[in-house]
Design a binder for this molecule. Sequence first.
Ligand SMILES: Nc1ncnc2c1ncn2[C@@H]1O[C@H](COP(=O)(O)OP(=O)(O)OP(=O)(O)O)[C@@H](O)[C@H]1O
Ligand SMILES: [Mg+2]
Length: 497
Amino acid sequence: MSDSEQRQLHVPYREYHSQNNSSPATTAAAATAAAAAAAAAATALVETDALVDLSIAPINSSSSSHHQRLSLHNDQPPSPADLLPDVEFIPSLSNDQTLAIDSSGIDRESQPLLGRLELDVTFNRFPDDPQFSELVWQAECAIDNGVYPERIYQGSSGSYFVKNPAGKIIGVFKPKDEEPYGRLNPKWTKWMHKLCCPCCFGRSCLIPNQGYLSEAGASLVDRKLSLGIVPNTRVVKLVSEVFNYPRLDRQKARMKQAIMDQFPTVGSHFNRIGLPPKVGSFQVFVDGYKDADYWLRRWESESMPAHLSREFQLQFERLVILDYIIRNTDRGNDNWLIKYDTSVSKNGIEQGEVKIAAIDNGLAFPFKHPDSWRAYPYHWAWLTQAKQPFSEVTRELVLPQLSDQNFVQDLCDDLYQLFKQDKGFDRHHFDRQMSVMRGQILNLQQALKDAKSPVQLVQMPAVIVEKAKGNGTPRLFSFSDTFTQRFQNKSPFFSWC
Ligand SMILES: Nc1ncnc2c1ncn2[C@@H]1O[C@H](COP(=O)(O)OP(=O)(O)OP(=O)(O)O)[C@@H](O)[C@H]1O
Ligand SMILES: [Mg+2]
């Protein structure tokens, strides 16, 4: 989808905010006048079945015969007519596009008016992953039917448990603008942190407010290496009144609703009535898991059956591989989960299972190795499992891929496709992120070849692998690229491993 198409679908909040500075009272008083004017426009509207967007358009956008724009001037109080929302016609879908939206067994005809643009729905469809598409669809249906997401209170960001229409939790949604230091983070502790301790605000090695991409990126790395420990995570857009929205967005949504209630004929042509969708990461919720800390403490006093202990070791090694490649800066024992079940079958054979889920991957993919006052160590490095050399099974699983430059290049390309969708994407920073990741892969590859242990791995000097200067091709990476390797010479003030 091109940029211009995207602008038609979703008017960013910033544009709305910068021009629509009317007070709530004025807005409410103007609603009726706006509704009347909208009714006048209805005569023209009923003649067409084109989709209609009620977004307020930027002042300087060019007008066309199809567009009726707002003309708000900052130096004059807005007249009621000024508050009439912009009516924008979006061309009808081609047959192909309609099929794409409707094809995944989704009966959109019977759905109520959704709080999002019709075309936006394609954003949440993943042709390569119908199961995930279906799950997000369930979440959307639930929200449309009043089964709202629930904020996770223990976290530092605005994260939400998302439910299906039956009220079962199926996912964890983390909107970009509610991340720990995001514009709309609802947690007062983070607000205080920003206010009272600005010097320690955020992590200097990470690109701020791209945690949702890091979450989805971790899942991508997991999928490509078949690690199977990160619950499937992708970037989606969701809208719900329980999310944290600026007051102006809520007022705008209420005004549209008032028009809808009083003039249903006009309202029925409005495609988006509600609040604007939020972009964020959506992670599949895994059932039956507990914080790793819980089981690690239990295992200090209770022993694990040998076969489960072996299985846990293999799972643990996959966690190490993931964290090391993405250079996770936030892997405390509360940020991974363990499912542990020791069932014994009727004939007395010990069965059971142990599985790891690597959640909360939002603080990874740094653009430089940590070099300021904190080292952000991997907390698993203190566990006894970290002292054992990597197993043959793990080495066979990942070493062939990590040693293949085409695979690494492919991984960088896929991450590029993912990361570039952020509005603040910066190619230079992305290249640096990839240089760190390539350095990590180089170390990991060597450690696996030498059958080192995770503890030995984290003690290896930090490496950066950069594309050699002077052979910059327009493509992100090309097969003819040469890379140079250098060691990071600056170390964090505190370093434990
Ligand atoms: N995919 C998941 N499946 C099951 N439970 C999950 C999942 N993701 C998160 N949780 C639960 O929600 C809690 C908070 O999740 P998470 O740590 O990802 O949120 P957060 O808001 O980023 O918190 P913080 O940044 O403070 O660590 C976890 O401790 C875990 O209990
Ligand atoms: Mg957490």
